[in-house]
Write a protein that binds this ligand. Structure first.
Ligand SMILES: [Zn+2]
Length: 242
């Protein structure tokens, strides 16, 4: 059976002499493991489409429950991400998170567009990496069913005064009502914008300089706390970011 789809490579593992095993997030298909035969050979027509973070038109062939890549025509290489160490490190983190939250074989169009839009924001819009990281992390958590409850203080129900975010419970409260990481009013407003605002305006928020770094760090802390795991690619990004 053949399938024609569009997909982005979340992970590539070298296999045998010239093959790769790819983890692809694809339209209508979700997360799928696809073998790319001979893609590491010089002049292989599959070479470009078998690279991490490349988005392509793909034709897959299924035999006995296994997929192989037959054709790949590049749609978006995200060259501006690929050629910058910080942006590439962050893009790799996005890919690793998508692989962790996506369910094998279950279509997830929102996650696919979040990943593509985040890479586009890094690549073409040249948004600050920390802003894109924060938007990706909060939105990804919301899509995966881990949205923090931001309507009001979890204890008194009022607009939180000196807001705190409880990373484990995923709720906000006033400093007097509960524990957690300190937020500014601007950070809380940005979280609401990302989690429940128009997805088309995901990256249209601003925070004063030093708040943005704290906001992004908090977003990743929330993600790793909720998923109960770390990410090698996040550690690498944190070691290379300016
Ligand atoms: Zn309160």
């Amino acid at each position: 059976m053949h399938i024609v789809t569009q997909g982005i490579v979340l992970r590539e593992v070298q296999y045998k002499e010239s093959d790769k095993i790819l983890t692809v997030l694809a339209k209508g298909q979700g997360k799928v493991t696809v073998k790319a035969r001979g893609c590491r050979r010089k002049n292989s027509p599959l070479a470009a489409g078998s690279q991490l973070l490349v988005y392509s038109d793909m034709t897959w062939f299924e035999y006995q429950g296994r997929w192989t890549l037959q054709e790949a025509a590049t749609l978006q290489e995200f060259r501006g991400v690929r050629e910058d160490l910080t942006r590439l490190a962050l893009g790799s983190y996005f890919a690793e998170v998508c692989e962790a939250v996506a369910v094998e074989g279950e279509d997830n169009p929102e996650l696919l567009s979040l990943l593509l839009n985040s890479l586009y924001a890094l690549d073409t819009l040249k948004k600050p990496p920390e802003l894109v990281r924060a938007a990706f992390d909060w939105k990804c958590m919301a899509l995966a069913g881990y949205a923090p409850l931001l309507d009001g203080c979890a204890r008194c129900g009022e607009e939180p005064r000196e807001p705190r975010l409880n990373l484990t419970a995923g709720v906000v409260s006033c400093a007097a009502c509960g524990d957690g990481a300190a937020l500014t009013a601007e950070m809380l407003c940005a979280m609401r914008h990302i989690v429940s605002g128009d997805p088309k305006r995901l990256f249209s928020f601003r925070l004063p300089g030093e708040q943005l770094g704290r906001f992004a760090a908090l977003a990743s802390d929330y993600l790793t706390t909720q998923l109960e795991r770390g990410f090698r690619t996040l550690d690498f990004y944190l070691s290379v970011k300016e």
